[in-house]
Ligand binder design. Structure first.
Ligand code: AGP
Length: 613
């Protein structure tokens, strides 16, 4: 989705702005642009297409200014075009604005401004903002020192919807004003240098000291100072957070694609996520949440709510929560949960999972849950992200920045942290399943090294990708947690290889989908639950009998005579197996996408974080 970068300091702004936009390319976009102030005039370079096109414009060489704003746009209102690309100017070309989010009342504001004599050049909802700022600026006292900031404040009070904005003025060329509501924005600081971004990775190579803005915050930034205002326009003090992500983590580090790098980072991301929460022979340590035995014993249900891969991580974790706590768990999709009037109250604990922490539907579902009095836990990978600020408690995955649109290391870290949370709950409740709890803890500590073993075994997957990359339909089947991982495997393949696939519970095949199995259809099976080996093998044999070719991911003893394509993964309890069994399928999706010559990291139509409904 859209990305924002800004800079004010002592260096030339344009290379920093372009560099930041390149770092945000992973979010998905269709046009890009920058604005700087040159000789008291605003210069705008923007176009449809990639950031490279702006970078290659000869005009960029003439931009000398050390202040500027920049944007990558993912079209919502109006097609991708130069006119609709940001930055947008007001009619007098005095104010330039970049905007993430959606202005819901833009039609009403457009009518108001047209009646006041303003014209509109684009089809966007954003163009009302610079014109509104101009409207209020012209009504402020001429020599008021706060004229610019007051005008921006008045303009944003008129906006309904979500926004993160940066504003430049040619009349006050020493400052940038930024504001946010329901769309992320951060400011990094390094001495006199200030870096603004919608996402931390865009500015991480310049600084680790980052101010994370809250909803309603407005900030006036000059070379020498920053003035923070809260939602009531009261001046507030803010302290930066020290972000411990390494800037190199946001680079490809020798890998051909971010996705491949992130797949191979999983031993580390799982280990980091376990961190100090689990030590041999000790109880799980979740000092970040404060949940009592009294509260847990009283809850009637746990919900896990999320979108996409994060939701599938919830599905893969349902069994371990139910097995260890005996509390029923329901897993739901955020966009459904928020509108279906779920039966929740103060006796419901709701876990919201979001890698980015900025997914609009998940944030809305979380606000809805709180309004019903439910206790909420956010599971996120991004420090200070919106869901972490809304929820009662936050549990971070420590996967490091995930850049590829297709989520990989976030998924395995999410299941890891949820498994630890389930164990923690069992310990709070005083579960008498001591042996199972100890075994699971030992198995969790072994996951990083077992993930490394899975990553060494790639030959069959590469060869299989060459066989199937031109296919139109695939099936993934499994039972229990193997079904949960089938769903994620199917999503991964769809996202980056554009092959249609379906995931089914193995036992459901006979109830309909087996009618689709014919010669040479590919069926990928997962078998990691020792109690269900025979039944699962029979289901796969049924598709082989009907002509299907199979790929089997298993840690059980299954005959190679029946299944010629077997990827063996290390043994692990089926309650944890998705953390390992998904890895071969992440790799298969990756290799298929490469065979097809597709852009693995930036699949068509998709964005890394979905900040609109
Ligand atoms: C995963 O590969 C996806 N691109 C997508 O389904 C993603 O998991 C979903 O949009 C949720 O994102 P979040 O975790 O940042 O909330």
């Amino acid at each position: 989705m859209c990305g924002i970068v800004g800079y004010i300091g002592n260096s030339k702004a344009s290379p920093i702005l372009i560099n930041g936009l390149l770092k945000l390319e992973y979010r998905g976009y269709d046009s890009a642009g920058i604005a700087t102030i040159e000789n008291n005039n605003i210069s705008v370079l923007k176009n449809k297409g990639r950031v490279k096109e702006i970078q290659n414009m000869k005009e960029i060489n003439y931009l000398e200014s050390n202040i500027g704003i920049a944007h990558t746009r993912w079209a919502t209102h109006g097609k991708p075009s130069r006119e609709n690309a940001h930055p947008h100017l007001d009619n007098s070309k005095t104010f330039a604005v970049v905007h993430n989010g959606i202005i819901e009342n833009h039609e009403e504001l457009t009518t108001f401004l047209k009646n006041a004599g303003y014209n509109f050049l684009s089809e966007t909802d954003t163009e009302v903002i610079p014109n509104l700022i101009h409207y209020y600026y012209s009504k402020e006292e001429n020599n008021s020192k706060d004229r610019f900031v007051n005008a921006v404040r008045k303009a944003i009070l008129d906006l309904k919807g979500s926004y993160a904005i940066e504003v430049l003025s040619s009349l006050e060329s020493d400052r940038i004003i930024v504001a946010r509501k329901d769309s992320p924005l951060v400011i990094g600081i390094n001495g006199d240098e200030k870096y603004i971004a919608s996402d931390i990775p865009a500015i991480l190579e310049y600084t680790n000291n980052i101010y994370i803005l809250n909803d309603g915050d407005l900030v006036e930034i000059t070379n020498k100072a920053m003035t923070f205002y809260d939602e009531n326009f009261k001046i507030i003090e803010k302290t930066p957070e020290l972000i411990t992500w390494d800037a190199k983590a946001a680079d490809k580090n020798g890998y051909e694609d971010f996705m491949l790098k992130e797949i191979y980072e999983q031993p580390t991301s799982i280990r980091e996520t376990i961190g100090t929460r689990l030590r041999p022979n000790e109880k799980c340590d979740f000092s970040e949440i404060n949940i009592s035995k009294e509260y847990l014993s009283g809850i009637s249900r746990i919900y896990i709510v999320a979108c996409g891969t994060a939701m599938y991580a919830g599905l893969a974790s349902k069994a371990i929560f139910e097995r260890l706590t005996s509390i029923p768990v329901e897993v739901d999709i955020s966009s459904e949960f928020r509108y279906r009037e779920p039966l929740i109250d103060e006796n419901t604990l709701i876990i919201f999972i979001s890698q980015s922490g900025e997914t609009a539907d998940t944030i809305a579902a979380l606000k809805n849950a709180k309004a019903h009095g439910s206790k909420t836990i956010a599971v996120s990978n991004v420090i200070g992200s919106s869901i972490t600020r809304e929820a009662d408690f936050t549990v971070y995955t420590h996967a490091g920045p995930e850049i590829a649109v297709a989520s990989t290391k976030a998924y395995t870290s999410q299941i890891t942290v949820l498994a630890l949370l389930a164990l923690h709950f069992a310990e709070i409740l005083g579960s008498n399943e001591k042996e199972l709890i100890n075994n699971l803890k030992n198995e969790i500590l072994e996951l990083p090294s077992k993930a490394s073993i899975v990553l060494e075994n790639t030959e069959l997957l590469k060869a299989f990708a060459k066989i199937i990359y031109n296919e139109k339909d695939l099936f993934f089947i499994g039972r229990g947690t193997d079904y949960a991982v089938s769903l994620e495997a199917s999503l991964k393949l769809k996202e980056i290889s554009y092959i249609h696939s379906e995931a089914y519970q193995s036992g459901e095949l006979k109830h309909g989908p087996i009618a689709l199995i014919e010669d040479d259809v590919t069926v990928v099976g997962f078998i990691t639950d020792r109690r269900l080996v025979d039944k699962s093998v029979s289901n796969l044999q049924e598709v082989i009998t009907r002509g299907a070719k199979t790929l089997l991911i298993t840690n059980q003893d299954v005959s190679q005579d029946v299944f010629p394509n077997i990827v063996n993964i290390p043994k692990v309890n089926h309650l944890l197996s998705p953390i390992l069994s998904v890895i071969p399928l992440q790799l298969l999706a990756y290799y298929v996408s490469k065979e097809k010559g597709l852009d693995v990291d930036k699949p068509r139509n998709l964005a890394k974080s979905v900040t609109v409904e």
